[in-house]
Design a protein around this ligand. Sequence first.
Ligand code: NAD
Length: 436
Amino acid sequence: MNICIVGTGYVGLVVGACLAETGNQVIGADVDEKKIEGLKNAILPIYEPGLDRLVERNQAAGRLVFTTDVGKAVSTADVVFIAVGTPPDEDGSADLRHVLSVAETVGRTMGRELVIVTKSTVPVGTAAKVAACVSKHAKFPFHVVSNPEFLKEGAAVDDFMKPDRVVLGAESDHARSVMAELYAPFVRTGKPIIFMDIASAEMTKYAANAMLATRISFMNDIANLCERTGANVDMVRRGIGSDERIGPAFLFPGPGYGGSCFPKDVKALVKTARDCGHDLRILEAVEAVNDDQKHRLFAKLSDLLGSSLRGARVAVWGLAFKPNTDDMREAPALTLIDALLAAGASVVAHDPVAMTEAKHRLPTAVEFAESGYDALNGADALVVVTDWNEYRHPDFARIKQTLKRPVVVDGRNLYSVDKMRAMGFTYASIGRGASA
Ligand SMILES: NC(=O)c1ccc[n+]([C@@H]2O[C@H](COP(=O)([O-])OP(=O)(O)OC[C@H]3O[C@@H](n4cnc5c(N)ncnc54)[C@H](O)[C@@H]3O)[C@@H](O)[C@H]2O)c1
């Protein structure tokens, strides 16, 4: 099939590369000239495991090309995916400007009967707005489909190649059969393609992210209570996660959720609800708990260093909002570093892949270290923010020897409380009894 993907960010690039991998002819179109220039030379704008090889292979085979000419890319397509950003507007609602501007372009430039797929995360009712924009100009029949994307950054290629399920909101037989054909290679193991009406598909994406964000805030709230009661949240997590009705995923306490999706999607769903005269009280609490949680690491470090935080040098391990990505959107490290600088501390940070991205986002006062250990030179304390593999089992003797004071705040509960104490660290973690 001839596919056009509009927007070659995290989602568009992964979707385009994976659809090319199964033999489709794919054009990735984006208005960002620098991004497209880089992609033409196989330089990826993001770090995502396995994506570079996939892009390179399919480019070399001539199945994947990139352009800034969105209209031309649309004109030869049988299916167009809209995968542009939907950032939060000032009131928290999803800003649909990019989506609807692409829809106008699609209407103007389509060259044949077309299936138009909204891949971006968009509120209920957006497909109808897309259809209205397209129909102003359309000279051919078209079918709007809602196909929310559930990939996780850091495992995006695998998630797209082997999805748990594919959700498709479609209202014509033509759209259903085209989409079923397109996705058939990805569901050969029997994972379901779930067809539904468009509004339900749009809502499914928000409900999924809202549920996952809820689990995280719930566990962070429980962790904070564990600290006051002497319980250990790691034990509680295992105790409840082994219940099949609950399951083990998304129960790890930490410094709060971040990234490009959970914060904005929770906000957008709360706003959608308000617009309908319904308060989503659970999600309002989820957001409030998360906002507080993002300040916990700073509070813990303040407790340990006290007034000596002013003038202290603090090493930060991990900047990306989670491992295996360089995405720093809404990352908890940003909140921590802002607070440290405001308190008069200096910061030296390390991240295995996000430092280039971080340099654009953090104040120039922040120093960057070549390695995690280099960051410790002359530092008064270490705060672990992102659970990259290389931070999971470090050389503790070296850490203790290099830090000026053996103070460690572990925002991901990577280390054993008993061992850290036995080695002489002043150690704080999340929700592990009074010792946290
Ligand atoms: N990142 C994720 O993990 C993820 C997962 C599932 C769903 N989503 C959703 O997918 C959508 C895209 O997210 P993303 O993270 O890929 O965003 P992104 O910011 O990485 O990429 C969006 C791209 O769209 C391009 N763009 C904007 N306007 C355009 C236009 N008019 N024409 C052509 N290109 C245009 C931008 O230049 C950018 O390259 C969002 O709605 C997001 O909520 C994201």
